[in-house]
Design a protein around this ligand. Structure first.
Ligand SMILES: [Zn+2]
Length: 73
């Protein structure tokens, strides 16, 4: 009788472990901000890095601002 209870407990424990493992594996991956915000060197507007225009080490929000800065300097 005691062995039966022990077997049931072990089976129950294994099922619980299996459910927990499934729960963890089906969890969606953490959503991290894929885009990093950068500041325009001309108007200081924050824009996603993917949408920025880079001129050397400087970052601009648009081609226009990049050109403007080049014309000034
Ligand atoms: Zn700008």
């Amino acid at each position: 009788m005691l062995i039966r209870i022990l077997i049931l407990l072990v089976i129950g424990y294994l099922i619980w472990r299996w459910f927990r493992a499934r729960e963890q594996s089906t969890k969606p991956p953490e959503i991290r901000p894929a885009t990093q915000l950068v500041q325009c060197n001309h108007c200081h507007t924050l824009i996603p890095e993917s949408e920025s225009t880079k001129v050397g080490q400087r970052v601009y929000c648009s081609e226009e601002h990049a050109k403007h800065h080049q014309d000034v300097s």
